[in-house]
Every structure is written in structure tokens, then in C-alpha cells.
Design a protein around this ligand. Structure first.
Ligand SMILES: Cc1cc2nc3c(=O)[nH]c(=O)nc-3n(C[C@H](O)[C@H](O)[C@H](O)COP(=O)(O)OP(=O)(O)OC[C@H]3O[C@@H](n4cnc5c(N)ncnc54)[C@H](O)[C@@H]3O)c2cc1C
Ligand code: FES
Ligand code: FES
Length: 509
């Protein structure tokens, strides 16, 4: 699979509209490094080099059907170059209006005085460009905030930038203008461009594994689970990389090198979401953004949790599989998945095994993953009846922040009593962990404040949290207990003002 049938002629992509083929490049090169050092395109800036500030935001376009494209903002500072294979990379240098002048987004930034030092500006421009390209209607303030949460500005202030966003987001107006300047009906100019790019990207596609081996190291990008299994069987020492929102930082912050590197983001089976019987089966390489709607359709709170992971760029890159496989005690999706009774499907050379997700996390830094094995999918039981699931993320910032404590509550009531309960916390132990003593303390009892008090006391038997830079041990315990109380309040009296945004519906609207 990686020998005779491998494709070895390099990473192929479009830089703007120019074709590129990189044969002799270090697979550890980030897209930002490539742009600035190899191409000399310095419009894309480096701020933090860890995915936090958005100064390096670029847009990656992918085929959508036979004619269209989807546009994703990503953080170039932590995306490896191989992830561009078969895609189009668009940077601030590639934007222009139909007549060759400023793009409508750039013009809006100028007219709203939305830039001072300008360091953050290319990133904001690219986020707004993606927003205007993807939006099907005029986005409201909430959508604009969501799109810009991953772009930090420290000198202009957000008022003018949001004003620019509003102006640019008169999507139709932007397109009208571009179309008129080119003397064409608005939608047509864009559709023609997209179709042309789509066809060029299609010609770059290949069912074969991309395999690079040279003086810089070895890189594999398999297209099927079978090919991935074969590679890992031969090279169990290889490091898997999906969205690289963790792995990218190993390079930029720890100076590590990944060799060989196996990119799992193009493995077909890992990119799929299926409804199978009573389960939502989410492939490991499905991004947070792609998983969001499917999950929100089953469990509103889980959907909102996914929407708060990192910011737009991180959700466009980061995957559900990476969030599980990294074994982090403060990853956001595992506590919710465990509380909902999800199982994990692992693949080793084509042999599948399935386990309750909670069993995957053995202890801090140790997961039940054998050499040569990879995470294939997570199976999430679908909602039965009313959506009583609640989960809460507590972090220092609302957006773009890692949890200090996360509580997930799957409590089933029958005749006012707790019939079943699965409660799981993140940030309270070395792994995401169920609160078994708490569950036992409330099961079979009436769902009252007294029962909640018993549950709160039991949490002290479940956890001995630690103090670190995110939170102190006492704070963590107090928050964990209060989240149980909050779940009780929300499931007994929906009128309590328990959410930051106000009513629960507002938070989900
Ligand atoms: C700015 C920023 C904000 C963030 N905010 C959040 C947040 O709010 N909440 C949160 O939970 N996380 C957050 N993260 C962490 C990160 O985004 C997530 O953990 C993400 O899910 C990792 O997925 P990935 O695809 O990027 O993984 P990668 O970085 O590609 O890989 C992570 C680990 O998983 C392994 N791996 C990947 N795929 C597989 C597979 N199929 N089988 C086996 N092993 C595999 C890799 O080998 C590696 O060890 C943030 C990160 C950044 C940079
Ligand atoms: S440089 Fe800050 S997100 Fe990339
Ligand atoms: S304009 Fe200076 S940081 Fe935004």
C-alpha cells in the first residue's frame, strides 16, 4: 500500500491560483514557516505560534461537490504543510477586488478604521473573508463574534473591527460589487471561479497514500483505514497527526521533530459521520466544526460545548479523535461522551475492538492504545426522548480557553426519582473521570435539594483535585459541587437564570 501504490511525487496544492508541488520539504514545516521563509509571503504574521492569537490565520479551500468550495480558516502556525495536499491555500496576498483593488473585506476594514499597528489585521481580514464566502445570509452579531473569537487585537479595540465585519457581511452587497465591477451578474463570477478551482483540485486527487522519504524525514498520508493500519504495523514508532492543534505545539514550543509522521486527516473512513441504528458514529478525523451540527441535533448542551472549543480556527482543524487520543484530563469532549455512554472503536491492522470510552483512559498520560493501533471512531448513543443532558465548561475566558472544570450530567428521572445517572468531570483528576460515588448517592432518590446535598458530599469521595495554573484544588471542588446544583436547578425549574447569555434558548440560538 505504501510501496508500489504510493504516490511519491510530493505535496500538491494551489497557492492562490498557482500550482505547487513540494517534494523535498521537511514534513515538520508549518504552513506559516513555508509561507514566510520559502514563498516570501510575509503578509501572514506570527504572534503566539500556538494557535491562540489568529495573526497567522489563512484560509484553506476544499472541494464541495463537483462545483463548489468550502473555506476554512486555520492557524498556519500550527498546521503542517502536508495537510495542504489536494487543497487551495489562500492568504491575505491573494485577496483583491474584482477590479484589482482592495477586496470588499479589506475596504471595510479601512473605512471603519479597524486597524492601528496592523499586526493582527491580516488575520482578521482572512477570518472575515471566510465568513463572507461561507455565509448564506447576513450574519448577526453572535455569528460575527464567533468567527472573530480566535483573532486577538490589542490596540485597535473590537468596536471598529466589528463595524467592519458588519459592513463586509452584507454578503450580497460584496458579491454584487465584485460582480458588477467585472461586468457580470454577481453570483456567476464567483461560481465560475469556484468551479475552475474545484476541477483543478479534483485533478490533484489520488486514492494512493502520499509517501515522502528524504533527507528531512518520512511522511505518510494514507487515504484508507487499511492503508493506515499497514503503515502503523510496519512503523509503530510513527506519530499520528490529525488537526495538529496539539501536535503543532510540540514543534513550535518544544522544538520536537516528528519522524515518521502519519497524517490521518485524509483517511476516508475516519472523516465520516453516520447514523447507525441508535448511534451517531463519528470518525476520529472529523473536525469539531463538522461534528458540531450532528451533535447539537442530539444534545443541545454538548453542541454548545463543541462550539466553545478553542475558537473557529481551532474547531476547523482540531478533531474529535485527537481530543480523545491525546488523553488530556481537560479535553472537552471526553467527559460529555463518557456521561452519554459513548464507546470507542479502535483499529489495529483491520481488527476492530470497542470499549466504553471511560476504559480508554487508564491514568494520566496512559491510554489503552496498543502499538500500531489507532482510534477509528466514537459511537455516541442518540437521544431518547427529551434532551435532559447538561454539561458546563468553566474556564477563565468564555471563548478560546481550556477548561478548569467541566461537568457533564446525564440524569434520567422517573416519577420524580433519579432512575439512572452518569456523571463525568474533566479537570478533577488525571483523566476525565466518572463521579461514581456521587452517582450512587443520588440514584433511587427523589430529585430534591436534599439529594443534591448528598451528591455534593459524595463528590469529595470521588475526587482529590489538584492545584495548577488554571485553578486551585478548593476552587475546583467548589465548582464541581456547584455544577451539580446547577444541573438540578435547570432540570427542575427552567426559569432560573443559570446561563451567562440569559435563557438557555438564547445560548443555543
Ligand atoms: C488555541 C487552542 C485552543 C484549544 N482549546 C481547546 C478547548 O477549548 N478544549 C479542548 O478540549 N481542547 C482544546 N485545544 C486542544 C486541541 O485543540 C484538542 O485537543 C484537539 O481535539 C486535538 O485534536 P487534533 O486533531 O488537533 O490532534 P493532533 O494535535 O493532531 O493530535 C493529538 C494527539 O492525538 C493523537 N491522534 C490523533 N488522531 C489519532 C487517531 N485517529 N488515533 C490515535 N491517535 C490519534 C496524536 O498522535 C496526538 O498524540 C486547544 C488547542 C489550541 C491550540
Ligand atoms: S501565531 Fe498566534 S495563532 Fe498562529
Ligand atoms: S491593530 Fe494592533 S493588534 Fe490589532
Amino acid at each position: 500500500m505504501t510501496g508500489k501504490t504510493a504516490r511519491t511525487e510530493g505535496i500538491r496544492f494551489l497557492l492562490g491560483e498557482e500550482a505547487r508541488q513540494l517534494e523535498d520539504i521537511d514534513p515538520n514545516t508549518t504552513v506559516l514557516e513555508y509561507l514566510r521563509r520559502v514563498e516570501g509571503l510575509t503578509g501572514t504574521k506570527e504572534g503566539c505560534a500556538e494557535g491562540d492569537c489568529g495573526a497567522c490565520t489563512v484560509v484553506v479551500a476544499e472541494r464541495s461537490g463537483d462545483d463548489g468550495l468550502t473555506y476554512r480558516t486555520v492557524n498556519a502556525c500550527i498546521l503542517f504543510i502536508g495537510a495542504l495536499d489536494g487543497r487551495q491555500l489562500i492568504t491575505v496576498e491573494h485577496l483583491q477586488g474584482a477590479g484589482g483593488g482592495l477586496h470588499p473585506v479589506q475596504r471595510a476594514m479601512v473605512e471603519a478604521h479597524a486597524s492601528q499597528c496592523g499586526f493582527c489585521t491580516p488575520g482578521f481580514v482572512m477570518s472575515l473573508f471566510a465568513l463572507t464566502m461561507n455565509a448564506t445570509d447576513t450574519p448577526g452579531r453572535r455569528r460575527i463574534d464567533d468567527e472573530l473569537a480566535g483573532n486577538l487585537c490589542r490596540c485597535t479595540g473590537y468596536g471598529p473591527i466589528i463595524a467592519a465585519a458588519r459592513q463586509a457581511c452584507k454578503v450580497q452587497a460584496c458579491q454584487d460589487q465584485a460582480g458588477q465591477e467585472a461586468g457580470q451578474p454577481p453570483a456567476e463570477a464567483r461560481a465560475q471561479t469556484e468551479k475552475r478551482i474545484n476541477q483543478r483540485l479534483r485533478r490533484m486527487e489520488s486514492p494512493e497514500t502520499l509517501h515522502l522519504k528524504g533527507r528531512h524525514g518520512e511522511y505518510f498520508a494514507p487515504k484508507t483505514a487499511a492503508a493506515l493500519g499497514e503503515i502503523l504495523a510496519r512503523r509503530p514508532d510513527a506519530t499520528m497527526v490529525a488537526g495538529a492543534t496539539d501536535a503543532g505545539l510540540w514543534i513550535t514550543k518544544q522544538g520536537r521533530r516528528l519522524d515518521p509522521m502519519v497524517y490521518v486527516g485524509q483517511v476516508a473512513e475516519l472523516k465520516e459521520i453516520h447514523l447507525i441504528d441508535e448511534f451517531l458514529v463519528i470518525g476520529a478525523a472529523v473536525t469539531f466544526d463538522q461534528a458540531h451540527q450532528a451533535i447539537a441535533g442530539e444534545y443541545a448542551d454538548f453542541g454548545e460545548l463543541i462550539r466553545r472549543i478553542g475558537a473557529r480556527q481551532v474547531r476547523n482543524q482540531g478533531t474529535i479523535g485527537g481530543n480523545i487520543a491525546n488523553g488530556s484530563p481537560i479535553g472537552d469532549s471526553p467527559p460529555a461522551l463518557i456521561a452519554l455512554g459513548a464507546t470507542l472503536v479502535l483499529n489495529r491492522g483491520g481488527g476492530l475492538r470497542e470499549m466504553p470510552l471511560e476504559d480508554f483512559f487508564i491514568e494520566y498520560g496512559r491510554q489503552d492504545l496498543n502499538p500500531g493501533e489507532f482510534v477509528q471512531a466514537v459511537r455516541l448513543p442518540r437521544r431518547r426522548g427529551e434532551d435532559g443532558f447538561r454539561c458546563y465548561k468553566v474556564a477563565k475566558r468564555f471563548d478560546q480557553d481550556i477548561s478548569a472544570v467541566l461537568g457533564a450530567f446525564n440524569i434520567t428521572l422517573e416519577n420524580g426519582r433519579v432512575a439512572r445517572a452518569r456523571i463525568c468531570y474533566g479537570g478533577m483528576a488525571g483523566t476525565p473521570q466518572r463521579a461514581l460515588a456521587c452517582e450512587q448517592a443520588i440514584i433511587g432518590r427523589p430529585w430534591t435539594e436534599e439529594t443534591v446535598r448528598a451528591g455534593r458530599r459524595a463528590l469529595r469521595r470521588d475526587f482529590t483535585p489538584m492545584t495548577d495554573q488554571r485553578a486551585g484544588a478548593a476552587y475546583r471542588m467548589a465548582v464541581a459541587q456547584n455544577l451539580l446544583t446547577k444541573a438540578h436547578m435547570e432540570t427542575t425549574n427552567a426559569e432560573w437564570p443559570t446561563r451567562l447569555v440569559g435563557k438557555r434558548e438564547a445560548a443555543h440560538g
